[in-house]
Ligand binder design. Structure first.
Ligand code: TRP
Ligand code: SF4
Length: 346
């Protein structure tokens, strides 16, 4: 099955998504749609980062397994095809942990401490005791996740760019320490910024679970319709006869993602002249979201009914990922002068 993968363009990419549970439309338009596009162009390693979820959820690890499963269903549902890419769960590949350990030895604390997401999240989740070794090491683990597959590119959102920069720095440091008179082992991976359509939440802020403004990818149609119907609109439109301004309305942002230019024109004109009402304006959005979700829900349901298939997908993905990961680790141990491992290898 992987013949199709290896014969594909010689460019490899790696991307992970932290196991956070059911995905929403923002995740779809920001990340998953892109994975689907990339899988037929490049040799792709896609995984669910369940250990990364543990860095903030170590007090309640029970939820991570079911979150991982729900996410997998979402990922398969949108059309990420395990025949076209290598799809796996991070914790099934112990080699990530070994490489993380080795990289942690050479990574200066100050590099980790200055990562913006570290400072922000610690501040945001103050009550969660994030003064842990594992949380600080988040980007070092991410570095191991990435470089173990030697990719050229890492498709990520804007917020992850500092992590990729740190990855490049750690790679350079590693080569400086261990590969002075040898060819470098790792490429310096580049972020592949996704041309995301910025998908706002129901309230116009960024769509995010912590803001309670999401529509889940496989959300029940009745609930989707209800949520959009009660979405706030331009506050200037108190009465049906009051004109409004789409730029001040989160519904318009949905139209920008979901509607044709004709419908968009209808909204701009109708809103500004009070020619249409807000309920009317929301209808095409509701229909478009439901239309987008239907095939995703159907595909996910098929997988959901087929437990054996899911197990097999993960098993195959892990086997293939481990082969690549083990080969890299072998080189790493060699250049560092460590003794050959005779455990865990095939
Ligand atoms: N840190 C990423 C996020 O929060 C998830 C992640 C973990 C990742 N390992 C990765 C992304 C490797 C790209 C490559 O979204
Ligand atoms: Fe928003 Fe549409 Fe109402 Fe204008 S008509 S305020 S764009 S929902």
């Amino acid at each position: 099955m992987y013949n199709s993968v290896s014969s594909k363009k010689n460019h490899r990419i790696v991307s992970g998504a932290r196991a956070s549970g059911r995905l929403h439309l923002g995740n779809y338009h920001g990340i998953l749609k892109n994975w689907v596009e990339l899988q037929s162009k490049f040799e792709c390693y896609f995984f669910i980062a369940d250990w990364h979820a543990l860095t903030t959820q170590y007090e309640h690890p029970q939820a991570i397994a079911s979150n991982t499963r729900e996410m997998l269903l979402d990922i398969l549902g949108v059309g990420v095809d395990p025949e076209l890419c290598t799809l796996f769960v991070q914790s099934q590949i112990p080699e990530h942990a070994e490489l993380h350990l080795l990289l942690s030895m050479i990574t200066p604390l100050s590099w980790l401490e200055r990562v913006p997401t570290y400072k922000e999240l610690r501040q945001k989740l103050k009550e969660q005791h994030l003064a842990t070794y594992g949380f600080l090491g988040y980007p070092a683990l991410q570095t191991a996740d990435i470089v173990i597959y030697k990719p050229e590119w890492v498709p990520v959102g804007e917020d992850q760019v500092p992590h990729i920069e740190l990855t490049r720095e750690i790679v350079r440091h590693f080569h400086h320490l261990y590969c002075q008179d040898k060819p470098p082992i790792f490429p310096e991976p580049q972020p592949l910024l996704t041309k995301t359509s910025k998908m706002p939440g129901l309230d116009g802020q960024k769509m995010s679970k912590s803001y309670h403004n999401v529509i889940e990818l496989r959300e029940d149609p009745v609930s989707v319709e209800h949520k959009i119907k009660i979405m706030p609109t331009d506050p200037a439109r108190v009465r049906r006869t009051d004109p409004g301004e789409p730029e001040k309305c989160p519904v318009w942002r949905f139209h920008q993602t979901y509607s044709t230019p004709e419908v968009q024109e209808w909204v701009l004109e109708g809103c500004r002249t009070a020619g249409i009402g807000c309920i009317e304006c929301k209808r095409p959005v509701i229909d478009a979201v439901l239309r987008e979700q239907a095939p995703i829900r159907a595909r996910a349901q098929e997988y959901e009914r087929n437990e054996t298939e899911i197990k097999l997908i993960l098993k195959r993905g892990a086997e293939h990922a481990r082969e690549t990961a083990q080969a890299t680790l072998k080189e790493v141990r060699q250049v560092m002068g460590l003794i050959e491992s005779n455990v865990g290898t095939k």
